[in-house]
Design a protein around this ligand. Structure first.
Ligand code: FAD
Length: 455
């Protein structure tokens, strides 16, 4: 080790070389979160199995042209298509913010040939595949293998904090895309859930919708604008998907009406400047049998289609923890720092729950911390202290009027969280220039939503 290195860096490297305990860990999901979690766990000396129900790494970035049988994505019997990307999707973060710390997201011959700063989805998938190759992660992945149940091994994990916890992970294998019925059971010391949260649609409730004669679809099942040719379309939602999709269908649709919950500062309802056939409306009041969609300001549109761009639900159907962890109104909890359920820590953890963040670098930090806690290199507070911290956090959210469903939504608080995690791991936090680039990017997106990617 070089003598010119700062002592803290040397200590950290030594710690990496000398993990105190090596565990058998299951990572569920081989998207960006699962890939980096697997790498960090193995670097720390743990033995790792990654379960992936798809046939490649990349998670949501593995674009799927096909859509689900239920366009609303509600039917529990539907065949689930994991990815929610539309064909034209380009990143909403500049590529400089999407790289892992030691594997920058630069354009080059090993990528998809899209050098743009806000590239298309194929470039991100090529990057994640490159990352998996570089760190030999694929050898840990069981592809086409869906985890159907994660449960506490009999006799342990009763939540009283005594004794070692172990998990039984039950999985089902697919062959040629069809479930073979072959089930497998394996016992693990630790489970890290990395299954993403952009697949299970959240649907807007609309009074009168049952009698409304039109079609409905969730943006999860939107791919291209062609099906909306000459249609009157109502989009619900004020997020990035609604902005992208409304802009993309305007040239082919007859009319586009966008219904938003709360207009951002400077946004004026009514006809959108520069778009002859697009209007912004407040929330929908009701849908009528005659085909009308009535908005809260009394305006209305006779629509053919409603496109719900209303986001997604956290959904972890395979997890059985005797009620210790649950999903309630889009809060996965109780979780210490969005990662560890106090009563099952550190044997169960989650990577990737926070929203409105810079995802990849954050997943790396979360994973680094989990790996070090599992090896015993970092210590957690007592279960009681963690639980108190979680309760205080929830109380703070409530006092600030933040709805439960936004528990994992960060934006402004994300950098405090990054810095806190980095401190736990004894490594430098996110570079200052990246934080500045993030805020500059948001400003630019708000000010120039139609052109920010190419300026
Ligand atoms: P995912 O990528 O969803 O991966 C989860 C994996 O888990 C999947 O491979 C899935 O098959 C697997 N899985 C799920 N259940 C099981 C099971 N039971 N058994 C086995 N495997 C299972 N982020 C950015 O950084 N930049 C952007 O520009 C950006 N744009 C976005 C645009 C859209 C429309 C959406 C929806 C998201 C966008 N994001 C963006 C956020 C994106 O979700 C994250 O970047 C990130 O890729 C999430 O990674 P993940 O690994 O947590 O989840």
């Amino acid at each position: 080790l070089s003598l010119s290195m700062a002592p803290a860096v040397v200590d950290n490297l030594l710690d990496h070389l000398l993990p105190t305990q090596s565990l058998h860990a299951a990572v569920i999901g081989a998207g960006s979160a699962g890939l980096v979690a697997a790498r960090e766990l193995r670097r720390e000396g743990h033995s790792v199995v990654v379960y992936e129900r798809g046939n490649q790494v990349g998670g949501i970035w593995a674009y799927a042209p096909e859509t689900e049988s239920d366009p609303m994505g509600c039917d529990p019997a539907r065949t689930v298509v994991h990815s929610s990307l539309y064909s034209s999707l380009r990143t909403n973060l500049p590529r400089e913010l999407m790289g892992f710390s030691d594997y920058p997201f630069v354009a080059g011959p090993a990528r998809s040939g899209d050098p743009r700063r806000f590239p298309g989805h194929s470039e991100v998938l090529a990057y994640l595949k490159g990352f998996a190759r570089e760190f030999e992660i694929e050898e840990m992945v069981r592809f086409d293998t869906e985890v159907v149940k994660v449960s506490l091994l009999d006799g342990n994990g009763n939540g009283n904090g005594n004794g070692l916890i172990q998990w039984r992970v039950k999985s089902r294998k697919k062959t040629d895309g069809i479930c073979s019925g072959d089930e497998d059971d394996e016992v693990f010391d630790a489970v890290v859930v990395c299954t993403g949260h952009h697949t299970e649609p959240q649907i807007a409730e609309i009074p009168g919708i049952d009698a409304w004669p039109g079609k409905q679809i969730h943006s999860h099942n939107y791919r291209t604008p062609e099906p909306f040719k000459d249609q009157v379309v109502v989009l619900i939602g004020n997020g990035q998907s609604s902005a992208d999709i409304s802009r993309e269908i305007a040239p082919v649709a007859k009319e586009v009406h966008v219904s938003i919950r709360a207009p951002a500062e400077g946004i004026v309802l009514g006809q959108r400047p520069g778009f002859g056939n697009t209007w912004l409306h407040p929330m929908i009041e009701c849908a009528r049998e005659d085909g009308a969609i009535v908005f809260a300001d009394g305006t209305c549109a006779y629509a053919d289609v409603i496109l719900h761009c209303t986001g997604y639900k956290y959904y972890i159907p395979f997890l059985e923890t005797n009620g210790i962890v649950s999903v309630d109104d889009n809060r996965v909890g109780p979780l210490y720092k969005h990662i560890f359920p106090p009563l099952l820590a550190p044997w169960l953890s989650f990577v990737g729950l926070p929203q409105k963040v810079i995802p990849f670098p954050l997943f790396e930090l979360q994973s680094n911390w989990i790996a070090g806690v599992l090896s015993g290199r970092f210590t957690l507070p007592s279960k009681k202290e963690m639980m108190e911290e979680v309760e205080n956090f929830y109380a703070e959210l409530e006092a600030a009027g933040v709805p439960k469903r936004l528990t994992h939504t960060m934006t402004k608080t994300q950098f405090e969280y990054y810095d806190w995690l980095a401190e736990q791991c004894g490594i430098p936090g996110l570079e200052e220039w990246k934080k500045q680039l993030f805020f500059a990017g948001i400003e630019s997106l708000v000010a120039r939503p139609d052109t920010y990617r190419d300026e």
